[in-house]
Ligand binder design. Structure first.
Ligand code: NDP
Length: 445
């Protein structure tokens, strides 16, 4: 049995109850075959055994009191997966679906994504099964304070620097940071995604969505094309989706759809982002409310078709894991999609991703395509260390350069291993090489 096969068998035995982690780890391991099966040094150092095992898993109780005075209890997690190339770095997700499998899959992906940025950041992820939806600001604050009351002892600017993710935006980062500061009596860059007046970086909010579009734009440039005149489907209507849509529109593309957990909106003349921001970010409402404002926009509830049925040139899934399945991929391909870029983490199921690659659709995996968020978080850490703030333009230019570099490094790695255009393989190998070398250099840890 090959080294990779042995590790895949092993993780399936040990983590049988963690489907999302197994999905993410298997995808990475499969694409590392050409590297690790041809060089015994990895097996001799038990490198893969170590790579798939988090350095530390922290799970804790989060008790808090709701507005009616009732005690509520949620589960908190932080998975510190790999510190081979820098302090653990990765977001916090607050969503009822959160469990150890999801946090481990996200933390594992984060190792390679962070490596691809070229910046010194390790991989981690955390969160809770708390659902901020429908909670008052006070409830969210009490939850965040209780969450940080445990988390603070495990994190620090040189140890582990969390950020936002689904359900954790500027409001939550503010409450978490306030509690950290209160407990430790230290104003430190211990979280990223902070407010601009208290240590945040310009362009961090926009970074994941913008970065996704920069990476796809770089690919388009290499084939003499651009976003101008392209029809684009975007899923999600949160942070990543909104700023991806904004950048696509500024480059002349037409974004015709967005989704939320209740359904999707199809707006052929082009999504109005001011209205989306008002409905989703200010009113914290639903996309069905958006559709009521435009005579040519239609809203479909979940179960009544899917967003991938709409004919587009480019699809950017930016909501959540496994939202683009085989049926969605077939519909997109039948309608002539040319490019799929993942803004979310693992939004495409493995069979759907395989089909895109077999069909010649350019498929950019999340660990490369959405790395702009964490890259800009690392730039926020640098600014905090320097006690300086860079301009929007400076950060945006650095972000652009990082995404352009990521495109070329995954393209080069795919070519080097004889699989030109297979960006999944390219991203996994390019991300792995640096982390693996650091692990070898640092001995048995
Ligand atoms: P937000 O919470 O801002 O937005 C998430 C969006 O996805 C919302 O529109 C939400 O709908 C929808 N959504 C969430 N869960 C589901 C679900 N189970 N089914 C259908 N729709 C769902 O999150 P972000 O935009 O920050 O994150 C989106 C994705 O991007 C995630 O996969 C995240 O891990 C990834 N990502 C985010 C980064 C960042 O910088 N924020 C960085 C890199 C990756 P509703 O409004 O109904 O809740």
């Amino acid at each position: 049995m090959s080294y990779v096969d042995r590790i895949i068998t092993d993780i399936n035995k040990k983590n049988a109850d963690q489907p999302e982690f197994l999905q993410a780890a298997t995808e990475v391991l499969e694409s590392l075959r050409p590297v690790v099966d041809s060089d015994g040094k990895y097996e001799n150092a038990a490198l893969l055994e170590r790579l798939v095992e988090p350095e530390r898993i922290i799970q804790f109780r989060v008790p808090w009191i709701d507005d009616k005075g009732n005690v509520q209890v949620n589960r908190g997690f932080r998975v510190e997966f790999s510190s081979a190339i820098g302090p653990y770095k990765g977001g916090l997700r607050f969503h009822p679906s959160v469990n150890l499998s999801i946090i481990k899959f996200l933390g594992f992906e984060q190792i390679f994504k962070n490596s691809l940025t070229g910046l010194p950041i390790g991989g981690g992820k955390g969160g809770s099964d708390f659902d901020p939806k429908g909670k008052s600001d006070n409830e969210v604050m009490r939850f965040c304070q209780s969450f940080m009351t445990e988390l603070y002892r495990h994190i620090g600017p040189d140890t582990d620097v969390p950020a936002g993710d689904i359900g954790v935006g500027g409001r939550e980062i503010g409450y978490l940071f306030g509690q950290y500061k209160r407990i430790t009596n230290a104003f430190q860059g211990v979280l990223t995604g902070k407010g601009l007046d208290w240590g945040g970086s310009l362009a961090r909010t926009e970074a994941t969505g913008y970065g996704l579009v920069y990476l796809v734009e770089e690919y388009l440039k290499t084939v003499g094309d651009s976003f101008a005149g392209k029809t684009v489907a975007i899923s999600g209507s949160g942070n990543v989706a909104i700023f991806a849509a904004q950048k696509v529109q500024s480059l002349g593309g037409n974004v015709v759809s967005m989704t939320d957990s209740n359904g999707y909106v199809h707006h052929p003349s082009g999504i109005n982002l001011d209205k989306i921001k008002e409905v989703k970010l200010v009113q914290r409402g639903r996309l069905s409310d958006y559709a009521k404002h435009f005579s040519d926009a239609t809203h479909k509830e979940v179960g009544d078709g899917v967003v991938w049925d709409i004919p587009v040139d480019i699809a950017l899934p930016c909501a959540t894991q496994n939202e683009l399945d085989l049926a969605g991929a077939k519909a997109l391909i039948a309608n002539g999609v040319k490019i799929v870029g993942e803004g979310a983490n693992m939004p495409t199921t493995q069979d759907a991703a395989d089909l895109f690659i077999e069909s010649g659709v350019k498929f950019f995996p999340g660990k490369a395509a959405n790395a702009g968020g964490v890259a800009t978080s690392a730039l926020e850490m640098s600014q905090n260390s320097e006690r300086l703030s860079w301009s929007f333009d400076e950060v945006d230019k650095m972000l652009n350069r990082i995404m352009v570099n990521i495109y070329h490094s995954i393209d080069d790695a795919a070519k080097l291993y004889g699989q030109e255009g297979n960006y999944i393989l390219g991203a996994n190998i390019a991300g792995f090489r640096k982390v693996a070398q650091a692990m070898l250099d640092q001995g048995l840890v």
